[in-house]
Design a protein around this ligand. Structure first.
Ligand SMILES: CC(=O)SCCNC(=O)CCNC(=O)[C@H](O)C(C)(C)COP(=O)(O)OP(=O)(O)OC[C@H]1O[C@@H](n2cnc3c(N)ncnc32)[C@H](O)[C@@H]1OP(=O)(O)O
Ligand SMILES: O=C([O-])CC(=O)C(=O)O
Length: 389
């Protein structure tokens, strides 16, 4: 049967598509765990590198394991001269998610091991090879984003610094300096919170591509395309655009009431799985508040106050709660990143979750191919060209 008359679950809402041991979202208790650990504990008590190790290996690293992992990540940094040249030729009007998608795809065709671990290689599934590819992307996506940012700014790229940890190195490659520890810490918190979220649209995209036993770079390139949309990762940019449109705290409540009356989608609110609040929001809101305090400007306080009023109004009027993108957008703005760069920052973190899911998918693969409910014309006779009116 290619088509079915069974009930269609639009958007696959509520459909259980596969098993996973990577993370667990429990909407009833607003909880999220990575490999069994509460995301709030990981975000506030450890560095993002520990979370990356955990997501990929299933266990928290010992001190020695973490040191070895960090050394491997630092050794894997550095784009090829060819890719650096490609980034310098990107068009100035391209969205940074489009250029990042291209950079990842370009890196894939350069990587001699790109097809290892997939159905394209004779050896077939190879978790270790997939892990090497994942680490390469984790180590190099930050430079792809930073070099593209500097190119847009008309500034020369800054090479990675192997003496710096992952987040610090990213700031260094973007701005030529490492900001105050509180800023790096808030960024690191956002990375852990963004790292993984079960079968969200971009992860599911990666799994669909992997399920054909295609290669890891193809799956990640597709996932970047899925994350870009404002209903998913692109919402963190849209939230900041919204705050700018609102303009001031005294306009915030009326702005929201008008937008709701006009049936506008309010960016940074709502979630397919969480119905009474996103588990990650309180931790990210604290990080946003710390950014407001560190920045200590009138503008920063304005964004904070507006966000409080928009949140209260949306919850009281519609009972719809903010999602992670709501506090993350303005926090990134206060860190000095331009708005179109926010979703690429999400990619920097989510590369860990995506690749863990690709390995999991390929490890017990079943081609993902659902059915559809056909609503087109009934079968009819072919009409030769000369007989068509
Ligand atoms: C990291 C992430 O990817 S988190 C998600 C980021 N995306 C956003 O912030 C974009 C804004 N939010 C949305 O568009 C949605 O809430 C989604 C796409 C996230 C979830 O969508 P769904 O699960 O399909 O919920 P759906 O769109 O059916 O919403 C149910 C009801 O709530 C309303 N609703 C949900 N979210 C919003 C919103 N942000 N603004 C206004 N109304 C909303 C819908 O209009 C709908 O109302 P109706 O029943 O009267 O038609
Ligand atoms: O789970 C989802 O649908 C979206 C989300 O919050 C994420 O990917 O972090």
């Amino acid at each position: 049967m290619t088509d079915t008359n069974e009930e269609v679950r639009y958007g696959l809402a509520g459909v259980l598509a596969d098993d996973t041991a990577v993370s667990k979202v429990v909407p009833e208790t607003n909880s999220l765990t990575y490999r069994g650990y509460a995301v709030q504990d990981l975000a506030t008590q450890g560095r993002f590198e520990e979370t990356a190790y955990l997501i990929w290996n299933g266990e928290l690293p010992t001190k020695t394991q973490l040191e070895a992992f960090e050394a491997e990540e630092r050794a894997a940094r550095g784009l090829s001269p060819a890719l650096r040249g490609v980034i310098e030729r990107y068009s100035a009007h391209a969205h940074p998610m489009d250029t990042l998608r291209t950079s990842v795809s370009f890196a894939g065709q350069e990587d001699a091991e790109a097809n290892l671990g997939s159905g394209m290689s004779e050896a077939g599934f190879d978790a270790e090879a997939l892990q090497r590819l994942s680490l390469r992307l984790f180590a190099n996506i930050p430079e792809m984003i930073a070099a593209d940012y500097r190119h847009r700014e008309g500034k020369p790229a800054i090479a990675p610094d192997a003496s710096l940890p992952w987040s610090e190195n990213f700031f260094h490659m973007c701005f030529g300096e490492v900001p105050a520890p509180q800023v790096v810490e808030a960024f690191d918190v956002s990375m852990t919170l963004y790292a993984e979220h079960s079968f969200n649209a971009s992860t599911f995209t990666a799994r669909v591509i992997a399920s054909t036993t295609s290669d890891l770079y193809s799956a990640v390139t597709g996932a970047i395309g899925a994350l870009k949309g404002p209903l998913h990762g692109g919402a963190n940019e849209a939230v900041m655009d919204m705050l700018k449109e609102v303009g001031s705290p005294d306009r915030a409540r009326d702005w929201m009431l008008t937008a709701l009356r006009e049936k506008r989608k309010i960016m940074g609110f709502g979630h397919r799985v969480y119905r009474s609040g996103d588990s990650r929001v309180p931790t990210m809101t604290d990080a946003f508040k710390r950014m407001v305090d560190v920045t200590d400007t009138e503008e920063a306080r304005t964004y904070w106050e507006m966000s409080r009023i928009l949140d209260d109004t949306m919850v009281s009027e519609k009972g719809i709660y903010p999602n992670l993108d709501f506090p993350a957008g303005p926090a990134y703005y206060l860190m000095g990143f331009p708005i179109p760069m926010f979703t690429p920052l999400f990619v920097m973190a989510r590369i860990t979750g995506w690749t863990a899911h690709i390995v999991e998918q390929l490890g017990h693969n079943k081609l993902i191919r659902p059915l559809s409910h056909y609503t087109g014309s009934a079968q009819r006779a072919y009409v030769p060209m000369g007989d068509r009116g």
